[in-house]
Design a binder for this molecule. Structure first.
Ligand code: OOB
Length: 555
Protein backbone atom coordinates (compact mmCIF):
# COMPACT_ATOMS: atom_id res chain seq x y z
CA UNK A 1 0.00 0.00 0.00
CA UNK A 2 1.38 3.37 -1.04
CA UNK A 3 1.96 5.61 1.95
CA UNK A 4 -0.57 8.45 2.34
CA UNK A 5 0.75 11.70 0.79
CA UNK A 6 3.27 9.96 -1.50
CA UNK A 7 2.70 9.95 -5.28
CA UNK A 8 3.58 6.50 -6.64
CA UNK A 9 5.36 5.86 -9.93
CA UNK A 10 2.90 4.63 -12.58
CA UNK A 11 2.87 0.83 -12.76
CA UNK A 12 4.29 0.58 -16.30
CA UNK A 13 7.31 2.76 -15.48
CA UNK A 14 7.91 0.97 -12.18
CA UNK A 15 7.82 -2.28 -14.08
CA UNK A 16 10.33 -0.93 -16.59
CA UNK A 17 12.76 0.25 -13.89
CA UNK A 18 12.58 -3.17 -12.25
CA UNK A 19 13.04 -4.99 -15.53
CA UNK A 20 16.23 -2.99 -16.20
CA UNK A 21 17.45 -3.96 -12.74
CA UNK A 22 17.56 -0.35 -11.53
CA UNK A 23 15.24 -1.04 -8.61
CA UNK A 24 16.41 -3.86 -6.38
CA UNK A 25 13.31 -4.09 -4.17
CA UNK A 26 15.38 -4.28 -1.03
CA UNK A 27 15.29 -1.85 1.89
CA UNK A 28 18.31 0.41 2.04
CA UNK A 29 19.13 -0.69 5.60
CA UNK A 30 19.40 -4.32 4.56
CA UNK A 31 21.66 -3.50 1.62
CA UNK A 32 23.97 -1.39 3.78
CA UNK A 33 24.09 -3.97 6.60
CA UNK A 34 25.34 -6.46 4.01
CA UNK A 35 27.78 -3.93 2.52
CA UNK A 36 29.22 -3.14 5.95
CA UNK A 37 29.88 -6.81 6.69
CA UNK A 38 31.58 -7.28 3.31
CA UNK A 39 34.08 -4.51 4.11
CA UNK A 40 34.34 -5.25 7.84
CA UNK A 41 37.97 -4.34 8.47
CA UNK A 42 38.15 -1.20 6.41
CA UNK A 43 37.72 2.33 7.73
CA UNK A 44 34.20 3.59 7.13
CA UNK A 45 34.58 7.14 8.37
CA UNK A 46 36.63 9.56 10.39
CA UNK A 47 34.90 12.23 12.48
CA UNK A 48 36.35 14.49 15.19
CA UNK A 49 39.47 12.26 15.39
CA UNK A 50 37.39 9.13 15.89
CA UNK A 51 37.85 6.33 13.38
CA UNK A 52 35.00 3.91 12.75
CA UNK A 53 35.52 0.67 10.82
CA UNK A 54 32.67 -0.82 8.81
CA UNK A 55 32.24 -3.52 11.46
CA UNK A 56 31.92 -0.87 14.17
CA UNK A 57 29.39 0.97 12.04
CA UNK A 58 27.48 -2.28 11.44
CA UNK A 59 27.38 -3.14 15.14
CA UNK A 60 26.66 0.43 16.25
CA UNK A 61 23.81 1.01 13.83
CA UNK A 62 22.29 -2.41 14.62
CA UNK A 63 22.39 -1.83 18.37
CA UNK A 64 21.05 1.70 18.03
CA UNK A 65 18.25 0.41 15.79
CA UNK A 66 17.28 -2.22 18.40
CA UNK A 67 17.27 0.41 21.17
CA UNK A 68 15.15 2.75 19.06
CA UNK A 69 12.82 -0.16 18.35
CA UNK A 70 12.46 -0.51 22.13
CA UNK A 71 11.44 3.16 22.16
CA UNK A 72 8.68 2.51 19.63
CA UNK A 73 10.26 3.57 16.33
CA UNK A 74 9.71 1.35 13.31
CA UNK A 75 8.72 1.35 9.64
CA UNK A 76 7.39 4.74 8.48
CA UNK A 77 8.21 6.51 11.78
CA UNK A 78 9.01 10.10 10.77
CA UNK A 79 12.10 11.57 12.44
CA UNK A 80 13.48 15.11 12.03
CA UNK A 81 17.29 14.92 11.97
CA UNK A 82 19.26 18.14 12.50
CA UNK A 83 22.77 16.95 13.26
CA UNK A 84 26.15 18.38 12.29
CA UNK A 85 28.81 16.37 10.42
CA UNK A 86 29.52 13.97 13.29
CA UNK A 87 29.64 10.24 14.03
CA UNK A 88 26.17 10.31 15.54
CA UNK A 89 24.69 11.38 12.20
CA UNK A 90 26.16 8.42 10.35
CA UNK A 91 25.29 5.76 12.88
CA UNK A 92 21.78 7.16 13.41
CA UNK A 93 21.09 7.42 9.69
CA UNK A 94 21.85 3.75 9.12
CA UNK A 95 20.03 2.73 12.32
CA UNK A 96 16.90 4.50 11.08
CA UNK A 97 17.31 2.72 7.74
CA UNK A 98 17.41 -0.65 9.55
CA UNK A 99 14.07 0.27 11.12
CA UNK A 100 12.46 1.59 7.96
CA UNK A 101 11.97 4.90 9.80
CA UNK A 102 12.04 8.04 7.66
CA UNK A 103 14.57 10.73 8.57
CA UNK A 104 13.86 14.25 7.34
CA UNK A 105 17.14 15.98 6.58
CA UNK A 106 17.00 19.38 8.28
CA UNK A 107 20.01 21.67 8.03
CA UNK A 108 22.09 22.86 11.00
CA UNK A 109 21.12 26.44 10.06
CA UNK A 110 17.38 25.83 10.44
CA UNK A 111 15.65 27.43 13.40
CA UNK A 112 12.29 27.22 15.13
CA UNK A 113 10.30 28.33 12.09
CA UNK A 114 11.65 25.52 9.91
CA UNK A 115 12.06 22.75 12.51
CA UNK A 116 8.63 23.49 14.02
CA UNK A 117 7.05 23.27 10.61
CA UNK A 118 8.76 19.99 9.71
CA UNK A 119 7.93 18.32 13.02
CA UNK A 120 4.29 19.20 12.61
CA UNK A 121 4.04 18.56 8.87
CA UNK A 122 5.42 15.01 8.94
CA UNK A 123 4.11 14.19 12.44
CA UNK A 124 7.62 13.50 13.71
CA UNK A 125 7.98 10.89 16.46
CA UNK A 126 11.58 11.92 17.19
CA UNK A 127 13.87 14.92 16.76
CA UNK A 128 17.64 14.37 16.66
CA UNK A 129 19.94 17.33 17.37
CA UNK A 130 23.01 18.40 19.29
CA UNK A 131 22.28 20.27 22.52
CA UNK A 132 23.05 23.56 20.79
CA UNK A 133 24.23 25.32 17.67
CA UNK A 134 26.09 28.43 18.87
CA UNK A 135 23.54 30.47 20.81
CA UNK A 136 20.62 28.38 19.57
CA UNK A 137 19.44 25.91 22.21
CA UNK A 138 18.03 22.86 20.39
CA UNK A 139 16.85 21.20 23.61
CA UNK A 140 14.77 24.22 24.61
CA UNK A 141 13.21 24.12 21.17
CA UNK A 142 12.58 20.39 21.61
CA UNK A 143 10.74 21.05 24.89
CA UNK A 144 8.48 23.61 23.21
CA UNK A 145 7.85 21.33 20.25
CA UNK A 146 6.90 18.45 22.52
CA UNK A 147 4.27 20.64 24.18
CA UNK A 148 2.72 21.43 20.81
CA UNK A 149 3.06 18.01 19.14
CA UNK A 150 1.82 14.97 21.00
CA UNK A 151 3.44 12.50 18.54
CA UNK A 152 6.92 13.84 19.31
CA UNK A 153 7.94 11.28 21.92
CA UNK A 154 11.71 11.24 21.63
CA UNK A 155 14.55 13.73 21.54
CA UNK A 156 17.80 12.08 20.45
CA UNK A 157 20.77 14.13 21.54
CA UNK A 158 24.28 14.13 20.11
CA UNK A 159 26.18 14.71 23.36
CA UNK A 160 24.80 14.49 26.88
CA UNK A 161 21.03 14.36 27.29
CA UNK A 162 19.28 16.18 30.15
CA UNK A 163 17.74 13.87 32.78
CA UNK A 164 14.22 14.34 31.47
CA UNK A 165 11.71 11.81 30.20
CA UNK A 166 11.96 11.35 26.45
CA UNK A 167 15.47 12.85 26.09
CA UNK A 168 18.07 10.21 25.20
CA UNK A 169 21.73 10.48 24.37
CA UNK A 170 22.65 8.70 21.11
CA UNK A 171 25.96 7.61 22.65
CA UNK A 172 24.10 6.03 25.61
CA UNK A 173 21.88 4.15 23.18
CA UNK A 174 25.00 2.82 21.47
CA UNK A 175 26.14 1.30 24.78
CA UNK A 176 22.86 0.13 26.24
CA UNK A 177 21.75 -3.53 25.98
CA UNK A 178 18.50 -3.55 23.98
CA UNK A 179 15.45 -5.75 24.57
CA UNK A 180 14.67 -6.12 20.88
CA UNK A 181 16.68 -8.83 19.19
CA UNK A 182 18.33 -8.80 15.76
CA UNK A 183 15.54 -11.14 14.64
CA UNK A 184 12.99 -8.50 15.71
CA UNK A 185 14.63 -6.12 13.22
CA UNK A 186 14.66 -8.76 10.48
CA UNK A 187 10.93 -9.26 10.97
CA UNK A 188 10.04 -5.61 10.30
CA UNK A 189 8.08 -5.23 7.08
CA UNK A 190 9.74 -2.45 5.07
CA UNK A 191 8.29 -1.65 1.66
CA UNK A 192 11.12 -0.65 -0.74
CA UNK A 193 8.68 1.71 -2.47
CA UNK A 194 8.21 3.64 0.79
CA UNK A 195 10.25 6.77 1.40
CA UNK A 196 13.59 6.00 3.04
CA UNK A 197 14.31 9.68 3.51
CA UNK A 198 12.57 13.03 3.31
CA UNK A 199 14.78 15.52 1.54
CA UNK A 200 14.01 19.24 1.47
CA UNK A 201 13.26 21.15 -1.66
CA UNK A 202 15.32 24.16 -2.67
CA UNK A 203 11.86 25.62 -2.49
CA UNK A 204 10.06 28.48 -4.15
CA UNK A 205 6.89 28.36 -2.09
CA UNK A 206 6.09 30.08 1.19
CA UNK A 207 6.29 26.76 2.99
CA UNK A 208 9.32 24.53 2.28
CA UNK A 209 8.40 21.33 0.47
CA UNK A 210 9.25 17.78 1.49
CA UNK A 211 10.63 15.29 -1.03
CA UNK A 212 9.96 11.60 -0.45
CA UNK A 213 12.82 9.48 -1.88
CA UNK A 214 12.11 5.74 -1.94
CA UNK A 215 14.48 2.93 -0.93
CA UNK A 216 14.45 1.80 -4.55
CA UNK A 217 15.20 5.17 -6.08
CA UNK A 218 17.70 6.41 -3.49
CA UNK A 219 19.88 3.33 -3.59
CA UNK A 220 19.94 3.41 -7.37
CA UNK A 221 20.75 7.15 -7.30
CA UNK A 222 23.89 6.50 -5.23
CA UNK A 223 25.05 3.35 -7.02
CA UNK A 224 24.77 4.94 -10.41
CA UNK A 225 26.48 8.27 -9.74
CA UNK A 226 29.23 6.46 -7.81
CA UNK A 227 29.91 4.40 -10.93
CA UNK A 228 31.04 7.51 -12.85
CA UNK A 229 32.98 9.07 -9.96
CA UNK A 230 36.19 7.00 -10.22
CA UNK A 231 35.97 5.50 -6.71
CA UNK A 232 38.80 3.05 -6.01
CA UNK A 233 39.81 0.90 -3.05
CA UNK A 234 41.15 3.04 -0.24
CA UNK A 235 39.59 6.26 -1.53
CA UNK A 236 38.34 8.92 0.86
CA UNK A 237 35.62 11.52 0.45
CA UNK A 238 35.75 14.80 2.33
CA UNK A 239 32.33 15.83 3.69
CA UNK A 240 32.40 19.49 4.70
CA UNK A 241 28.97 20.58 3.41
CA UNK A 242 25.97 19.73 5.65
CA UNK A 243 25.93 15.93 5.55
CA UNK A 244 22.15 15.47 5.33
CA UNK A 245 21.96 17.34 2.03
CA UNK A 246 21.38 15.07 -0.95
CA UNK A 247 24.82 15.86 -2.44
CA UNK A 248 27.07 14.69 0.48
CA UNK A 249 24.57 12.06 1.64
CA UNK A 250 23.84 10.27 -1.59
CA UNK A 251 25.20 11.85 -4.77
CA UNK A 252 27.51 9.94 -4.48
CA UNK A 253 28.24 11.10 -0.93
CA UNK A 254 28.63 8.73 1.97
CA UNK A 255 26.12 6.27 0.48
CA UNK A 256 28.05 6.00 -2.78
CA UNK A 257 31.41 5.69 -1.04
CA UNK A 258 30.24 3.11 1.51
CA UNK A 259 28.63 1.01 -1.23
CA UNK A 260 32.12 0.78 -2.73
CA UNK A 261 33.86 0.06 0.58
CA UNK A 262 35.46 3.52 0.50
CA UNK A 263 35.60 5.96 3.40
CA UNK A 264 34.32 9.42 4.38
CA UNK A 265 36.19 12.10 6.30
CA UNK A 266 33.77 14.41 8.10
CA UNK A 267 34.50 18.03 8.90
CA UNK A 268 32.18 20.17 11.02
CA UNK A 269 33.51 23.29 9.38
CA UNK A 270 33.92 24.16 5.69
CA UNK A 271 36.60 26.77 6.40
CA UNK A 272 40.03 26.44 4.78
CA UNK A 273 41.79 26.31 8.16
CA UNK A 274 39.74 23.24 9.14
CA UNK A 275 39.47 21.46 5.81
CA UNK A 276 42.90 21.79 4.18
CA UNK A 277 44.89 20.20 7.05
CA UNK A 278 42.33 17.37 7.10
CA UNK A 279 42.77 16.73 3.37
CA UNK A 280 46.52 16.55 3.88
CA UNK A 281 46.44 14.37 7.01
CA UNK A 282 43.84 11.88 5.78
CA UNK A 283 45.05 11.79 2.15
CA UNK A 284 41.56 12.68 0.88
CA UNK A 285 40.94 11.69 -2.75
CA UNK A 286 37.50 13.22 -3.46
CA UNK A 287 35.90 16.54 -2.53
CA UNK A 288 32.25 17.48 -2.78
CA UNK A 289 31.96 21.23 -2.72
CA UNK A 290 29.72 24.11 -3.63
CA UNK A 291 31.61 26.77 -5.63
CA UNK A 292 31.43 29.19 -2.68
CA UNK A 293 33.58 26.81 -0.62
CA UNK A 294 36.30 26.50 -3.24
CA UNK A 295 36.30 30.25 -3.93
CA UNK A 296 36.81 30.93 -0.23
CA UNK A 297 39.68 28.39 -0.06
CA UNK A 298 41.37 29.80 -3.15
CA UNK A 299 41.37 33.24 -1.52
CA UNK A 300 42.71 31.92 1.81
CA UNK A 301 46.37 32.09 2.81
CA UNK A 302 46.11 28.51 4.19
CA UNK A 303 45.96 27.35 0.58
CA UNK A 304 49.69 27.33 -0.09
CA UNK A 305 50.53 25.59 3.19
CA UNK A 306 49.29 22.05 2.60
CA UNK A 307 49.96 19.05 0.40
CA UNK A 308 46.83 18.58 -1.63
CA UNK A 309 48.10 16.14 -4.25
CA UNK A 310 46.06 13.20 -2.90
CA UNK A 311 42.90 14.79 -4.36
CA UNK A 312 41.92 13.26 -7.73
CA UNK A 313 38.32 14.42 -8.11
CA UNK A 314 36.67 17.69 -7.08
CA UNK A 315 32.90 17.39 -7.45
CA UNK A 316 31.29 20.78 -7.57
CA UNK A 317 27.52 21.22 -7.48
CA UNK A 318 24.62 23.23 -6.17
CA UNK A 319 25.47 26.39 -8.06
CA UNK A 320 27.06 27.45 -11.33
CA UNK A 321 30.83 26.97 -11.32
CA UNK A 322 32.64 29.25 -13.76
CA UNK A 323 35.08 27.58 -16.23
CA UNK A 324 37.83 29.94 -15.11
CA UNK A 325 37.39 28.92 -11.48
CA UNK A 326 37.51 25.25 -12.48
CA UNK A 327 40.88 25.86 -14.09
CA UNK A 328 42.16 27.65 -11.00
CA UNK A 329 40.93 24.78 -8.84
CA UNK A 330 42.86 22.29 -10.97
CA UNK A 331 46.01 24.35 -10.48
CA UNK A 332 45.54 24.49 -6.71
CA UNK A 333 44.85 20.73 -6.52
CA UNK A 334 47.58 19.62 -8.93
CA UNK A 335 46.39 16.02 -9.41
CA UNK A 336 42.67 16.77 -9.53
CA UNK A 337 40.00 17.03 -12.17
CA UNK A 338 36.90 19.10 -11.52
CA UNK A 339 33.77 17.08 -12.18
CA UNK A 340 30.64 19.19 -12.05
CA UNK A 341 27.37 17.79 -10.71
CA UNK A 342 24.10 19.43 -11.61
CA UNK A 343 21.81 17.86 -9.06
CA UNK A 344 18.65 18.40 -7.13
CA UNK A 345 17.12 16.90 -4.02
CA UNK A 346 14.13 16.06 -6.26
CA UNK A 347 16.24 13.47 -8.10
CA UNK A 348 17.79 14.02 -11.53
CA UNK A 349 21.58 14.11 -11.57
CA UNK A 350 23.73 15.35 -14.40
CA UNK A 351 27.48 15.10 -14.21
CA UNK A 352 30.42 15.74 -16.49
CA UNK A 353 32.39 12.59 -17.27
CA UNK A 354 36.05 12.44 -16.32
CA UNK A 355 36.92 11.47 -19.90
CA UNK A 356 35.00 14.37 -21.45
CA UNK A 357 37.41 16.68 -23.31
CA UNK A 358 38.72 19.36 -20.89
CA UNK A 359 36.78 22.19 -22.53
CA UNK A 360 33.52 20.21 -22.24
CA UNK A 361 34.32 19.38 -18.62
CA UNK A 362 34.98 23.04 -17.91
CA UNK A 363 32.14 24.61 -19.84
CA UNK A 364 29.19 22.31 -19.17
CA UNK A 365 27.33 20.92 -16.16
CA UNK A 366 27.29 17.38 -17.55
CA UNK A 367 24.58 15.06 -18.75
CA UNK A 368 22.15 12.68 -17.01
CA UNK A 369 23.53 9.55 -15.36
CA UNK A 370 20.84 7.09 -16.49
CA UNK A 371 19.67 6.22 -20.02
CA UNK A 372 16.12 6.24 -18.65
CA UNK A 373 16.43 9.83 -17.43
CA UNK A 374 14.04 11.71 -19.69
CA UNK A 375 14.99 15.35 -20.14
CA UNK A 376 13.05 18.04 -22.03
CA UNK A 377 13.86 21.70 -22.49
CA UNK A 378 10.68 23.68 -23.06
CA UNK A 379 9.75 27.30 -23.83
CA UNK A 380 7.00 29.44 -22.27
CA UNK A 381 4.47 27.63 -24.48
CA UNK A 382 5.39 24.26 -22.95
CA UNK A 383 6.79 23.01 -26.26
CA UNK A 384 10.33 21.75 -26.70
CA UNK A 385 12.78 24.42 -27.87
CA UNK A 386 15.01 23.91 -30.92
CA UNK A 387 18.29 22.12 -30.22
CA UNK A 388 20.82 24.58 -28.78
CA UNK A 389 18.15 27.01 -27.52
CA UNK A 390 17.55 27.79 -23.86
CA UNK A 391 14.50 26.17 -22.23
CA UNK A 392 13.15 25.14 -18.86
CA UNK A 393 14.37 21.72 -17.76
CA UNK A 394 11.61 19.16 -17.26
CA UNK A 395 12.62 15.70 -16.13
CA UNK A 396 11.33 12.25 -15.29
CA UNK A 397 13.13 9.01 -14.51
CA UNK A 398 13.85 6.11 -12.14
CA UNK A 399 15.07 8.29 -9.25
CA UNK A 400 13.13 11.54 -9.78
CA UNK A 401 10.14 12.22 -7.52
CA UNK A 402 6.59 12.08 -8.84
CA UNK A 403 5.17 14.47 -6.28
CA UNK A 404 6.07 16.42 -3.16
CA UNK A 405 4.80 15.00 0.11
CA UNK A 406 1.21 15.92 1.05
CA UNK A 407 0.77 18.99 -1.19
CA UNK A 408 -1.53 17.93 -4.07
CA UNK A 409 -2.27 21.53 -5.10
CA UNK A 410 1.46 22.38 -5.41
CA UNK A 411 2.01 19.16 -7.34
CA UNK A 412 -0.52 20.15 -9.96
CA UNK A 413 1.73 23.11 -10.82
CA UNK A 414 5.14 21.50 -10.30
CA UNK A 415 4.52 18.48 -12.56
CA UNK A 416 3.18 18.05 -16.08
CA UNK A 417 0.21 15.77 -16.69
CA UNK A 418 2.60 13.03 -17.80
CA UNK A 419 4.68 13.29 -14.62
CA UNK A 420 7.65 15.43 -15.64
CA UNK A 421 9.03 17.56 -12.81
CA UNK A 422 9.26 21.25 -13.83
CA UNK A 423 12.60 22.27 -12.35
CA UNK A 424 12.50 26.02 -13.00
CA UNK A 425 16.12 25.78 -14.23
CA UNK A 426 17.00 27.18 -17.66
CA UNK A 427 19.39 25.00 -19.65
CA UNK A 428 20.79 24.72 -23.14
CA UNK A 429 22.11 21.66 -24.89
CA UNK A 430 25.79 21.96 -25.75
CA UNK A 431 27.01 20.50 -29.07
CA UNK A 432 28.83 17.80 -27.05
CA UNK A 433 25.47 16.48 -25.81
CA UNK A 434 26.09 17.82 -22.32
CA UNK A 435 24.01 20.67 -20.88
CA UNK A 436 24.87 24.23 -19.89
CA UNK A 437 23.01 26.00 -17.08
CA UNK A 438 21.90 29.45 -18.30
CA UNK A 439 19.86 30.68 -15.34
CA UNK A 440 16.52 29.93 -13.76
CA UNK A 441 12.96 31.15 -13.75
CA UNK A 442 12.14 30.00 -10.23
CA UNK A 443 11.84 32.59 -7.52
CA UNK A 444 14.70 31.78 -5.19
CA UNK A 445 18.08 33.04 -4.12
CA UNK A 446 21.00 30.61 -4.36
CA UNK A 447 23.29 31.73 -1.55
CA UNK A 448 26.42 29.62 -1.74
CA UNK A 449 24.33 26.57 -2.72
CA UNK A 450 21.75 27.15 0.04
CA UNK A 451 18.44 27.84 -1.63
CA UNK A 452 16.20 30.53 -0.15
CA UNK A 453 12.58 30.82 -1.24
CA UNK A 454 11.85 34.51 -1.84
CA UNK A 455 8.20 33.92 -1.05
CA UNK A 456 8.92 32.42 2.35
CA UNK A 457 10.87 35.52 3.41
CA UNK A 458 8.44 37.98 1.78
CA UNK A 459 5.46 36.38 3.53
CA UNK A 460 7.12 37.05 6.87
CA UNK A 461 8.31 40.57 6.04
CA UNK A 462 4.80 41.55 4.94
CA UNK A 463 3.68 41.19 8.55
CA UNK A 464 5.97 44.07 9.59
CA UNK A 465 3.86 47.18 10.36
CA UNK A 466 6.16 49.45 8.32
CA UNK A 467 6.04 47.24 5.20
CA UNK A 468 3.36 47.84 2.57
CA UNK A 469 4.90 45.55 -0.05
CA UNK A 470 8.16 43.70 -0.48
CA UNK A 471 10.06 41.76 -3.14
CA UNK A 472 13.23 39.78 -2.39
CA UNK A 473 15.68 39.18 -5.22
CA UNK A 474 19.21 37.89 -5.74
CA UNK A 475 22.12 40.32 -5.87
CA UNK A 476 25.45 39.04 -7.16
CA UNK A 477 28.25 38.21 -4.74
CA UNK A 478 31.81 37.25 -5.75
CA UNK A 479 32.08 34.33 -3.28
CA UNK A 480 28.54 33.18 -2.45
CA UNK A 481 27.26 33.72 -5.99
CA UNK A 482 24.19 35.47 -4.68
CA UNK A 483 22.84 37.16 -1.58
CA UNK A 484 19.32 38.37 -0.92
CA UNK A 485 18.28 42.01 -1.36
CA UNK A 486 14.84 43.13 -0.12
CA UNK A 487 13.06 45.92 -2.01
CA UNK A 488 10.49 47.44 0.31
CA UNK A 489 7.64 49.83 -0.27
CA UNK A 490 7.05 51.49 3.09
CA UNK A 491 3.68 51.82 4.76
CA UNK A 492 3.29 55.46 5.79
CA UNK A 493 6.20 57.79 6.17
CA UNK A 494 8.63 55.88 8.34
CA UNK A 495 10.58 53.33 6.32
CA UNK A 496 11.88 50.26 8.20
CA UNK A 497 15.62 49.67 8.64
CA UNK A 498 17.34 46.42 7.67
CA UNK A 499 17.89 45.70 11.38
CA UNK A 500 14.18 46.09 12.10
CA UNK A 501 13.35 43.63 9.35
CA UNK A 502 15.95 41.03 10.28
CA UNK A 503 14.92 41.51 13.93
CA UNK A 504 11.42 40.40 12.97
CA UNK A 505 12.76 37.37 11.05
CA UNK A 506 14.94 36.48 14.02
CA UNK A 507 11.96 36.71 16.41
CA UNK A 508 9.95 34.48 14.11
CA UNK A 509 12.71 31.87 14.23
CA UNK A 510 13.67 31.99 10.55
CA UNK A 511 17.08 30.48 9.74
CA UNK A 512 19.68 33.24 9.63
CA UNK A 513 21.02 32.27 6.19
CA UNK A 514 17.61 33.33 4.82
CA UNK A 515 17.77 36.89 6.16
CA UNK A 516 18.10 39.59 3.48
CA UNK A 517 21.49 41.27 3.56
CA UNK A 518 20.56 44.51 1.88
CA UNK A 519 17.48 46.73 1.99
CA UNK A 520 16.37 49.12 -0.72
CA UNK A 521 13.39 51.29 0.13
CA UNK A 522 11.44 52.24 -2.99
CA UNK A 523 8.47 54.46 -3.55
CA UNK A 524 6.74 51.85 -5.64
CA UNK A 525 7.64 48.32 -6.75
CA UNK A 526 7.72 47.96 -10.55
CA UNK A 527 4.60 46.12 -11.70
CA UNK A 528 3.80 44.32 -14.91
CA UNK A 529 0.62 45.22 -16.80
CA UNK A 530 -1.03 42.35 -14.87
CA UNK A 531 0.02 43.89 -11.58
CA UNK A 532 2.73 41.34 -10.81
CA UNK A 533 5.98 42.59 -9.28
CA UNK A 534 8.64 42.59 -12.01
CA UNK A 535 11.46 40.86 -10.25
CA UNK A 536 13.72 40.89 -13.30
CA UNK A 537 13.76 44.71 -13.13
CA UNK A 538 14.64 44.58 -9.45
CA UNK A 539 17.34 41.94 -9.98
CA UNK A 540 18.98 44.19 -12.57
CA UNK A 541 18.77 47.13 -10.19
CA UNK A 542 20.31 45.05 -7.37
CA UNK A 543 23.14 44.00 -9.70
CA UNK A 544 23.80 47.63 -10.62
CA UNK A 545 23.87 48.56 -6.95
CA UNK A 546 26.65 46.07 -6.24
CA UNK A 547 28.34 46.76 -9.55
CA UNK A 548 28.43 43.35 -11.29
CA UNK A 549 26.13 41.20 -13.35
CA UNK A 550 23.83 38.66 -11.66
CA UNK A 551 24.73 35.09 -12.58
CA UNK A 552 21.71 32.86 -12.23
CA UNK A 553 19.06 35.40 -11.37
CA UNK A 554 15.52 34.87 -12.66
CA UNK A 555 14.89 36.16 -16.13
C1 OOB B 1 21.64 20.42 -5.17
O1 OOB B 1 20.37 20.17 -4.77
P1 OOB B 1 19.31 21.25 -4.26
O2 OOB B 1 18.02 20.53 -4.18
O3 OOB B 1 19.81 21.95 -3.05
O4 OOB B 1 19.21 22.38 -5.38
C2 OOB B 1 18.84 22.08 -6.70
C3 OOB B 1 19.01 23.30 -7.57
C4 OOB B 1 18.88 23.01 -9.04
O5 OOB B 1 17.52 22.97 -9.43
C5 OOB B 1 19.63 24.20 -9.61
O6 OOB B 1 18.84 25.35 -9.56
C6 OOB B 1 20.78 24.37 -8.66
O7 OOB B 1 20.34 23.82 -7.43
N1 OOB B 1 22.00 23.65 -9.08
C7 OOB B 1 22.91 24.11 -9.98
C8 OOB B 1 23.91 23.11 -10.05
N2 OOB B 1 23.58 22.10 -9.22
C9 OOB B 1 22.41 22.45 -8.64
N3 OOB B 1 22.97 25.23 -10.70
C10 OOB B 1 24.04 25.38 -11.53
N4 OOB B 1 25.02 24.47 -11.66
C11 OOB B 1 25.01 23.32 -10.94
N5 OOB B 1 25.99 22.42 -11.07
O8 OOB B 1 22.07 21.54 -5.23
C12 OOB B 1 22.47 19.22 -5.51
C13 OOB B 1 21.99 17.94 -5.28
C14 OOB B 1 22.75 16.84 -5.61
C15 OOB B 1 24.02 17.02 -6.15
C16 OOB B 1 24.51 18.29 -6.37
C17 OOB B 1 23.73 19.40 -6.05
Amino acid sequence: MTMEGVTPFPAELAHRYRRFGYWEDRPLGEVFAETFSRHRDRTAFIADDERWSFSELAEGSERLARNLRDQGLGPRSPVVVQLPNCAEFVVLYFALQRLGAIPLMALPGHREHEIGHYVEFIGAEAYAAPSRYGDFDCLDLARRLRQRNSELKLVLVAGAAPPEAGFLSIRDLLEREPHSSPADLDRLAIDPDDPCVFQLSGGTTGIPKVIPRSHNDYLYNSRLIASVNDIRDGDRLLVAAPIGHNFPLASPGIQGFFLNGAAAVLSRSARAAAVLPLIERERVTHLEVVPAMILAWLADEEMGRHRLDSVRVVNSGGQKFQPETKRRTETAFPQAQVQEVFGMAEGLLMITRLDDPPEVRHETAGRPICPEDEVRLVGEDGLEVADGEVGELLCRGPYTLRGYYRVPEVNRRAFTADGFYCSGDLLRRHPSGNYVVEGRKKDLVNRGGEKISAEEVEDMLLTHPKVANVACVAMPDPILGERMCAFVQARGLAAPTLEELTGLLQDRGLARFKHPERLEVVERLPLSPFGKVQKSVLARRAAELVGTQAEGAPR
